[in-house]
Write a protein that binds this ligand. Structure first.
Ligand code: MN
Length: 228
């Protein structure tokens, strides 16, 4: 048996300190997971249950890559996020077991066509056109937890053209990493290779062609992406 067309390549990211790749299965994203960002988007940050959306795995852009300004939008925003990479999955994972599933971490950008997302929200439509478009998931190299541990208190910030635009700490997550994995695994069967973008702190904003975004999570790493 063979495939009737050439199978697509497996999206992947480099693993720091190795020549190896982390293969990407699915990309999940947590919405409004920092109170100050929930407020800036016009929502009450009380601890409502977490909610999720997905991006397409082949929309990954590696560190140093380009983000071509997408068409059909005039308001494209950055969202700087800590990314969790899973080595194991499952369904209905207990919080106490959740961290055993984590391979490592990355530094990601949840790029968003905010105007199209806004229309989708208003019309009660799905978010894919605002969130899952081409090149919408830049992510830096994956850093194994075996080398950096499991960060719970680390500055997370994003500079655009050298000016700090977002500045928070992952200790401000409304739903922390084990809670997020546990809750998400009740809705989807998680699998090795899944990435979870954990949410963004306040300060999201628009980019234009020529901008250089540099995002960092203290102790995890950085990502630099050029808007072209
Ligand atoms: Mn986000």
């Amino acid at each position: 048996m063979t495939y009737v067309i050439t199978p697509p390549a497996i999206p992947s990211l480099p693993v720091r300190g190795t020549d190896d790749l982390f293969p990407i299965h699915r990309i999940y994203c947590v919405g409004r997971n920092y109170a100050d960002h929930a407020r800036e988007m016009g929502h009450d940050p009380d601890r409502e249950p977490p909610f999720f959306f997905q991006k397409n795995p082949d929309t990954i852009v590696p560190d140093g890559g380009n983000f071509p300004y997408p068409d059909k939008s005039e308001d494209v925003h950055f969202e700087m996020e800590l990314v969790v990479a899973l080595a194991k999955g499952g369904k209905d994972i207990a919080e106490a077991d959740a961290m055993d599933c984590v391979y490592g971490y990355g530094v990601g950008l949840d790029m968003t066509r905010r105007d199209l997302q806004g229309v989708a929200k208003k019309m009660g439509r799905p978010w894919e056109v605002g969130k899952a478009f081409e090149n919408s998931a830049p992510c830096g190299e994956i850093v194994p937890a075996s080398t950096v541990g499991h960060p719970t208190d680390a500055r997370i910030w994003l500079d655009v053209n050298g000016v700090t635009r977002q500045d928070g700490n992952i200790n401000q997550l409304i739903w922390n990493i084990p809670e997020t994995i546990s809750y998400l695994s009740g809705l989807f069967t998680l699998a090795p290779g899944d990435l979870i973008y954990s949410g963004t702190p306040a300060g999201v904003g628009a980019i234009v062609r020529g901008d250089v975004m540099k995002g960092t999570v203290e102790g995890v790493g950085s990502i630099t992406i050029n808007v072209t």
